[in-house]
Design a protein around this ligand. Structure first.
Ligand code: EPZ
Length: 419
């Protein structure tokens, strides 16, 4: 198993290229099941989760090849099952449910089970597909879905759900008639999926707003598409730049995808400006405390909460962070406190007292974004102390070679094998 070892004290400087978005790549690969033929996705991030989704499709008979350019050939689908062994490692595998029911009238998908950051049920996914006429049975931990032909319906989600919106939107694209999806997620990854579905021949309007209308069509066709940049990876590097007092140009990311996070960076006192082909972020002087409430897009993203907690710990004063999306997303707190932070949690609210002089030690990653926060704290640890982040397999799910990218920016960081 790998660990990442970091010596603190470096100011990050230079340019970093942001990879393609994980949370766009996963639904796009699943959407290939709506077509019969060769799809080509470019700017695909080389991540463990992408390989997992590719394996889910391979298990159904798809031919998937390549890495940064991923070819997904769905000409010979012969099994309509997403097995427990894959779904339990990546709950986003549930994104095959909508396309399979819509294209093949049947699907057998393992229920994802619990997750470190919350219960994360899929009741809204099922509710939406049921409204379109699908029938479900839960059989030994699997969802068995059946429907001769989905029909358009009006669906209002009880809460905003990103992959729920994606699953229902993909299904509605091949349903008979018109669907209206209300209280839909507005994330840039939902917009990206709608863009690609429309390229396949779908008729989707309103993606990026909370009301999406879909006019079902009979057939969708394979496409070629280059995936948008990963706004969460970009946000992570921005926080690292500001926190280390560095100056970094983030190439390839889109300011309009990062509104709320950029706003909080400015509030903290970091410098932010649009630059040709990206965004420049620099840190200077004392940081100010923050008030953060995570919300669905365009609100402050929950996937940036842990990273901003490290930034808040540097500020002179008390910051308040409220996590409204997931019920258990503060597992980085005890690890940051082991690095000399002073953070207390009461339910879904964390109080962060600063300024903090982080001190390097051994810490344990618990989930993807928590591990990114520990890496940033390691960059900040006082001279002469070393941080060892264990269980970095969490990190590899969503960050492509993060230690190499950070080293290129001047960080003293390396990956080591641990018995
Ligand atoms: C997506 O997860 C992202 N994953 C998550 O990113 C992200 O944190 C999350 O959206 C919120 O922005 C992918 O895109 C692959 P939700 P998703 O359905 O779709 C509840 C990362 O770090 N809910 O929007 O699974 C749910 O429990 C990951 O890259 C139900 O109750 O999240 C949660 O409290 C982590 N029933 C809330 O809604 C449902 O049927 C929002 O979840 C669906 C959701």
């Amino acid at each position: 198993m790998d660990a990442i070892v970091i010596k603190g004290g470096a100011r990050l400087g230079g340019a970093v290229t942001i990879s393609g978005a994980k949370n766009a790549a996963l639904p796009l690969i699943a959407s290939a099941l709506l077509t019969v033929g060769k799809n080509t996705f470019k700017n695909v991030p080389d991540l463990r989760d992408v390989q997992t989704m590719a394996n889910v499709l391979r298990g159904m008979g798809a031919e998937v090849s390549g890495k940064r350019v991923l070819r997904v050939d769905t000409s010979r689908i012969n099994t309509l099952e997403a097995p427990y062994d894959l779904v339990r490692t990546m709950r986003a595998s549930v994104l095959v449910l909508g396309p399979l029911v819509a294209r093949y009238g049947r699907a057998r998908v393992s229920l994802p089970g619990g997750c470190a950051i919350g219960a994360r049920p899929i009741d809204q996914h099922l509710k939406g597909l049921e409204k379109m006429g699908a029938a479900f049975e839960i059989d030994r931990g699997y969802v068995e879905a059946r429907c001769e032909k989905l029909r358009g319906a009006e669906i209002t989600f009880d809460m905003v759900t990103v992959t729920g919106t994606m699953n229902v939107m993909m299904a509605a694209a091949l349903a008979k008639g018109r669907s209206l999806i209300e209280n839909a997620a507005r994330e840039p990854e939902v917009e990206e999926l709608a863009r690609v579905l429309n390229k396949m021949g779908a008729q989707i309007h309103g993606a990026g707003t909370s009301v999406i209308s879909v006019e079902g069509v009979d057939e969708l066709y394979p496409v070629e598409h280059a995936i948008i940049a990963d706004r969460i990876e970009a946000g992570t590097f921005m926080v690292a730049a500001a926190a280390t007092g560095g100056d970094v140009l983030l190439e390839g990311c889109l300011p309009e995808h990062l509104g709320a996070a950029l706003e909080k960076l400015r509030e903290a006192g970091a410098g932010v400006e649009a630059a040709p082909g990206g965004i420049r972020v620099w840190g200077h002087g004392t940081l100010s405390p923050l008030e953060i409430v995570t919300q669905p897009h365009p609100g402050f993203p929950t996937d940036m909460q842990a990273q901003f907690m490290v930034l808040a710990a540097l500020a002179d004063g008390q910051s308040v962070i409220k996590e409204t999306i997931f019920e258990n997303r503060f597992m980085h707190v005890p690890e940051l406190n082991r690095m000399n932070a002073n953070i207390s949690v009461d339910g879904r609210t964390a109080l962060v007292r600063g300024p903090t002089e982080f001190s390097g030690t051994i810490v344990m990653a618990s989930d993807l974004r928590a591990s990114a926060a520990l890496i940033i704290a390691g960059l900040l640890a006082k001279e002469g102390t070393t941080t060892r982040v264990r269980r970095v397999y969490h990190l590899d799910r969503g960050y492509e070679r993060i230690e190499r990218k950070l080293r290129k920016l001047g960080a003293r960081i390396r990956r080591v094998k641990e018995s």
